[in-house]
Design a protein around this ligand. Structure first.
Ligand SMILES: [Mn+2]
Length: 272
C-alpha cells in the first residue's frame, strides 16, 4: 500500500462480479492495493454466484488477490459491511450475522462526517421486475453478457490498432431510449425511497452506471461497477463525497457544504 495515499472515511464498491469473465479483477486488486479506509461497504453483486454455479466460472490469481487484500484491510482495522445484491442473493439469508470478517446487512445507513444520513442498498429492489418473476432479469443478463463479449472482442482489436478502450455497452445504453428511461426510473425510485425513510440520500449500484449528484436536497450516489465503469464512491474525512476512477481520478464531487457541486468529467454530465 502507498503510504502517501489519503485515508478515506468510507469507500463504497459494488458490482464487482467476481467469478464472471467480465470482471476486471486485476484493475480492482491494484485499486485495493492503494486503498486505505476506515469503513468499506461492499454494495452487492460482489461474488457473482450465478457465474460461480456455472462451468464458465473463473477464479484467477487476480480474484485471489482481491480477497487477500480485503482480508489484509480488515486486519488493518477497516470495518467491512457486505450488502448482498441479486447476483449474490443467497447471502441475504445470513443478513444480520456478524461474521469474523464482515457484517452482512440487507441495507445500511451511512452517516457522513457532516451528518448526512445515506441509505446504502444494492438497488435491485427498484427494478420493479418481480411481477414478471426473474425471467426478465435472467434474459436481461444474458443479453448484457453477449454485449460485454462483443465489447471484449472489439477492444482486443482496438488495442491491436493502438486505440484506447471504448465501451460498446455504454454506447448502446446511451443510444437506447429504453435503457435511459429505465435508468431515470431507477434514480427516481431510489431517491423516493431515501425521502420516504427521512434520509438525506442514497448510495447504490446495480445498474452499472456511476453517478454522483444532488437533486432536491438529496444525494444520489451510484458507485458504478467493475465490469464497465471501474469506479468507486468515497467519503473523505471532511465529508466531501467523490466518485473515483480506478486510477484515482475524481470524476465527480459534492462538497460537505450543502448544494455546492463541482462537476468534473462526464459522470456528472450524464447524471444531470
Ligand atoms: Mn445487481
Amino acid at each position: 500500500m502507498n503510504p502517501d495515499a489519503p485515508r478515506h472515511r468510507a469507500v463504497f464498491l459494488s458490482d464487482l462480479h467476481l467469478g464472471a469473465s467480465h470482471c476486471h479483477a486485476a484493475e480492482l486488486a491494484d485499486f485495493l492495493d492503494r486503498l486505505d479506509c476506515e469503513r468499506l461497504y461492499l454494495v452487492g453483486d460482489i461474488i457473482d454466484l450465478w457465474w460461480m454455479a456455472s462451468r464458465r466460472a473463473r477464479w484467477t490469481m487476480a480474484e485471489q488477490r482481491v480477497f487477500e487484500r480485503l482480508h489484509a484491510m480488515r486486519r488493518a482495522g477497516t470495518g467491512i459491511v457486505y450488502i448482498p445484491g441479486n447476483h449474490d442473493r443467497p447471502l441475504r439469508h445470513v443478513c444480520g450475522l456478524t461474521l469474523p470478517a464482515m457484517r452482512v446487512r440487507r441495507r445500511a445507513i451511512h452517516v457522513t462526517a457532516d451528518g448526512r444520513r445515506l441509505l446504502v442498498v444494492h438497488g435491485d429492489d427498484y427494478d420493479g421486475i418481480t411481477q414478471f418473476g426473474n425471467l426478465q432479469e435472467k434474459f436481461g443478463d444474458w443479453l448484457y453478457e453477449r454485449i460485454l463479449t462483443g465489447n471484449r472482442l472489439l477492444n482486443r482489436a482496438r488495442r491491436r490498432l493502438g486505440l484506447r478502450y471504448w465501451s460498446l455497452a455504454e454506447f448502446l445504453k446511451q443510444r437506447s431510449g429504453a435503457a435511459e428511461r429505465y435508468i431515470a426510473r431507477f434514480v427516481d425510485a431510489g431517491l423516493a425511497d431515501a425521502r420516504r425513510r427521512g434520509l438525506d440520500g442514497i448510495v447504490c449500484g446495480h445498474i452499472h452506471r456511476a453517478a454522483l449528484f444532488e437533486r432536491d436536497g438529496l444525494v444520489y450516489a451510484n458507485d458504478g461497477d467493475w465490469v464497465e465503469s471501474l469506479t468507486a464512491f468515497v467519503e473523505e474525512p471532511d465529508g466531501t463525497l467523490r466518485l473515483l476512477s480506478h486510477r484515482g481520478d475524481v470524476l465527480a464531487e459534492l462538497r460537505p457544504t450543502q448544494g455546492a457541486t463541482a462537476p468534473v468529467g462526464d459522470a456528472m454530465r450524464r447524471a444531470a
